[in-house]
Design a protein around this ligand. Structure first.
Ligand code: AGP
Length: 609
């Protein structure tokens, strides 16, 4: 998830406005920044790795001539956050310049094809392919206009994209196009703008034109022309007026980043389903060959590891050991050897405890694999193989969308491993894949149908002195994560444990009216968890059950219940079942008057041990 911006002004310099607009998109990515403009038929370009202010102090991003230009702020997915991989990217002759947000899934084969035709590539990015593809299309047919050359090139591109493209051969136009990644135009009497998000141009206009998937736009100083990419047919669309403040817009109208990020999960889960097959295969191969596997992480990422240990065992018959990173050195350090494989999981890729655990294992020649949301972070630089979870920048301190993205990637790994080991039949494989692909819609459904109900629950139990969270099997991880969210942002002391453990001690804490959240999908633990619910009810607890749609048995026992779509394979249930728990924490924090985005005593990335 990056931020792109383009503008054509009737008069004045474009660069200062592009610079300011990228600043308003910086929450989308801050690994590198770049701007390109055209003046007197010549291309001018400045870019470097780092945050916008840092690069501006170095290069002065306002000092480029011309009233037409494009810009980009990057969240690295393909290619480390280095200057060479920062956007904009150009073709061999420096006539075509491209910025992009999204993932070109077939970039490897396109790159190979273009290299065979003599194109010289300078970066490791997927995006650079587009500049050379347009160049090659034009080489094949010089009579084409820029718009036609882009249209032809797009027919070769697979994946998600929002492009903005300039060329010195037609210096008065910007061509932009969308498939999945967000793209919106801004219009005012002084010029036209294209951007990944409205915040970028809200300071200069609140007249926006939304661009749909499969549409290409030709921008000139006088306006815009929309066409269908498929057949070039024209599309007429009037601007709409935006009622947001610039600040609000960054949150896209949401009051807090956390609730925005909870609502983003259908999109971020779709992103995880586009991760390069070869990366998943490579990491699965290392796990398959491993003698022993430790899953190492902190906080929410540790809960993803806990869930993964059930996935790897149940699907691929691979035993893995989830370990709190802060305890790894003490608990396992001495037993690590060259036969050990570490799969470290970290949203930020910078968590000191996780880095330290990995460093300890590395010293003992262990193989380091990792999952992170920040390409270029320390963890990626010390890993043999790593995968980016594609959730985009997460600004809310309480991890939400990065948790479900981690789970989706870990599930994809477990399924691949199961296939490699022949532990699941083709039918089971297909069902798991089909359900995995449906998860974004399931999550969307949970938010749409249950959010209001969760809000009422939060109001009902906000004054509780304590909360309990229980689950069985993989739902133990879901329960732990629900508990962490509530403690983090609503500051209610909360206890979570495997439901089977309650009678071995914790049940002594139960008093009448205590809210006890049970995570109970209809899986192997369903029958037994009913007994655990009865144990708690007998002591007067208030049962809040997260159940599958139509689970009348548990709904009849519960004081309150939240329903999740049915038919989700057990190992995938943490993804949709955690959503109500994220919402419960968020609305309880609001009920108690706390800021969910900036919880006390916490930092988004804990870079101290
Ligand atoms: C989760 O909401 C917290 N922000 C925290 O527990 C976090 O998960 C933990 O610090 C690990 O962070 P990481 O995933 O960036 O390594």
């Amino acid at each position: 998830m990056c931020g792109i911006f383009g503008c054509i002004l009737k008069e004045g310099k474009a660069a200062p406005l592009i610079h300011e607009s990228l600043k308003r998109l910086e929450y989308r990515g801050y690994d590198s920044v770049g701007i390109a403009t055209i003046a007197d038929g010549k291309l001018f370009l400045k870019k470097d790795q780092g945050k916008i202010d840092e690069v501006h102090n170095l290069l002065n991003l306002d000092d480029l001539p011309g009233s037409i230009g494009i810009g980009h702020t990057r969240w690295a997915t393909h290619g480390a956050p280095l200057k060479v991989n920062s956007h904009p990217h150009i073709d061999c002759k420096g006539e075509i310049v491209v910025v992009h947000n999204g993932i070109i899934e077939n970039f490897l084969e396109l790159k190979a094809e273009l290299q065979n035709l003599g194109h010289a590539f300078v970066s490791k990015t997927d995006t650079e392919v587009m500049a050379h593809l347009i160049e090659e299309t034009w080489k094949q047919n010089p009579k084409l206009s820029l718009q036609q050359a882009v249209l032809e090139s797009l027919k070769r591109i697979e994946g998600s994209y929002a492009f903005a493209i300039l060329s010195t051969r037609e210096p008065d136009k910007i061509i932009c196009a969308r498939n999945e990644s967000p793209l919106v135009l801004g219009i005012n009497g002084k010029g036209v703008f294209c951007a990944s998000d409205i915040p970028a141009f809200l300071a200069v206009t609140n007249k926006a034109v939304y661009i749909n998937n499969g549409e290409l736009v030709t921008l000139t100083a006088d306006g815009y022309k929309i066409q269908k990419i498929q057949d070039g047919s024209p599309v007429v669309r009037e601007p709409t007026t935006i009622e947001w403040t610039a600040e609000m817009a960054v949150k896209q109208g949401y009051p807090h980043f956390m609730i925005k990020e909870i609502h983003e999960q259908p999109e971020t889960l779709r992103n995880t389903l586009r991760i390069q097959e070869n990366y998943l295969d490579l990491l699965a191969t290392f796990l398959d060959r491993a003698n022993e596997v430790f899953l190492v992480a902190c906080g929410t990422s540790y809960h993803a590891c806990l869930a993964a240990s059930y996935m790897f065992s149940k699907l691929a018959f691979l035993p893995t050991f989830p370990v709190y990173a802060s305890e790894f050195v003490e608990q396992c350090g001495k037993s690590v050897s060259i036969d050990t494989t570490i799969l470290a999981v970290s949203q930020s890729g910078e968590t000191a405890d996780t880095i330290a655990a990995v460093a300890c294992a590395q010293q003992r020649a262990a193989t380091i694999l990792s999952l992170t949301n920040v390409i270029g972070s320390t963890l990626t630089r010390i890993s043999r193989v790593y995968i980016g979870t594609q959730a985009g920048p997460e600004i809310g301190v309480a991890a939400t969308k990065t948790f479900t993205s981690q789970l989706s990637v870990l599930a994809q790994l477990a399924i691949r491993l199961a296939k490699k080991r022949g532990k699941v039949s083709q039918d089971e494989m297909d069902l798991l894949k089909e359900k995995l692909n449906q998860l974004p819609d399931y999550v969307d459904m949970v938010v749409k149908t249950q959010e209001e109900k969760v809000k009422q629950l939060a109001k009902k139990y906000a004054s509780s002195k304590v909360y309990f969270y229980l689950g069985r099997g993989v739902s133990t991880a879901t329960a732990y994560e629900g508990r962490l969210k509530l403690m983090e942002i609503a500051y209610i002391p909360s206890i979570a444990f495997p439901a089977g453990e309650s009678k071995h001690g914790p049940i002594s804490l139960i008093e009448a009216g205590f809210p006890v959240v049970f995570v109970c999908p209809r899986d192997d633990g369903h029958r037994t968890i009913i007994g655990n619910i009865m144990e708690m009810k007998a002591r007067g607890a208030h049962i809040i059950a997260i159940v599958e749609e139509g689970d009348e048995e548990i709904k009849a026992l519960a004081d309150d219940f939240i329903e999740v779509p049915k038919g989700i394979p057990s190992v995938l249930t943490p993804i949709p079942f955690v959503i109500p728990l994220q919402l419960l924490a968020y609305y309880t924090a609001l009920e108690k008057g706390y800021d969910p985005d900036m919880p006390r005593n916490l930092a988004k990335s804990v870079t101290v041990k």
